[in-house]
Write a protein that binds this ligand. Structure first.
Ligand code: 13P
Length: 251
């Protein structure tokens, strides 16, 4: 009942020309992936070029970050209104790299989430434990805390538009993917948390993406798990063939 949702997070890669080229290669194949929602998240300066290429196509465009104020003296930041106006449908919020390198907290994630809804953007909220958390048996406690902190004061109606991305930090960019069973265990737990917080309907409709070294060779076994509804793909989304391979996981 949940439509699979696969997004490529291009991180700080691909300036406008290369980003537009990659978008064009995906566009050429998109009709092969009917029934799957597809998005790409270029770096901010490449958004305009990618949106131009994908205009009118089913491939959606996400920003990788936003700020929560509408305007003002916040040098270097982008408001959600600016992101919406340029043509993005989604915004990624709270990626672990932002938490690690740019001091994001559950509280700032929540503020950004509120700002995304204000502008009519659909949020992809990232959570995930570190290796230390996992090895000390704290995974569920950590992800539950991140989920509760991020989703504070969010309504049942707003939740319909939201995607959760579970990205264990130890699996990001390391080539070390969580096993399908490890990922499924956390996804099922998170869905249970959504059920407790928002009720059955929200738990049934909210998609939970897995992120962390997703590649064409492991996408199917991950996506086959009942509570894994999509993927947030980093490195493998930078190469057209790899990302197309992931989008074609059912073939
Ligand atoms: P990798 O796919 O490169 O591990 O990155 C995952 C990620 O952080 C997506 O947001």
């Amino acid at each position: 009942m949940r439509k699979p949702f696969i997004a490529g997070n291009w991180k700080m890669n691909l300036a406008s020309k290369a980003a537009a080229e990659l978008a064009g290669r995906l566009l050429a194949k998109v009709s092969d992936f009917e029934g799957i929602e597809v998005a790409v998240a270029p770096t901010a300066t490449s958004l305009a070029a990618v949106i131009e290429v994908l205009r009118g196509s089913p491939i959606e465009v996400a920003a990788q970050n936003c700020y929560w104020e509408e305007s003002g003296a916040f040098t270097g930041e982008l408001s959600t209104e600016m992101i919406k106006e340029i043509g993005c449908s989604h915004v990624i919020i709270g990626h672990s790299e932002r938490r690690q390198f740019f001091a994001e907290t559950d509280e700032t994630v929540n503020k950004k989430l509120q700002a995304a809804y204000r502008a009519g953007l659909m949020p992809i909220v990232c959570i995930g434990e570190s290796l230390g958390h996992r090895e000390s048996g704290r995974t569920m406690e950590v992800v539950a805390g991140q989920l509760k902190g991020a989703l504070k004061d969010i309504s049942v109606e707003q939740m319909q538009q939201l995607t959760v991305a579970y990205e264990p930090i130890w699996a990001i960019g390391t080539g070390k993917t969580a096993t399908p069973d490890q990922a499924q265990e956390v996804h099922a737990f998170l869905r249970g948390q959504l059920m407790e917080m928002f009720g059955q309907n929200v738990a049934d409709v909210v998609r939970i993406q897995y992120g962390g070294s997703v590649k064409p060779s492991n996408a199917k076994e991950l996506m086959d798990k009942p509570d894994i509804d999509g993927a947030l793909v980093g490195g493998a989304s930078l190469k057209a063939d790899d990302f197309i391979g992931i989008l074609g996981y059912r073939n």
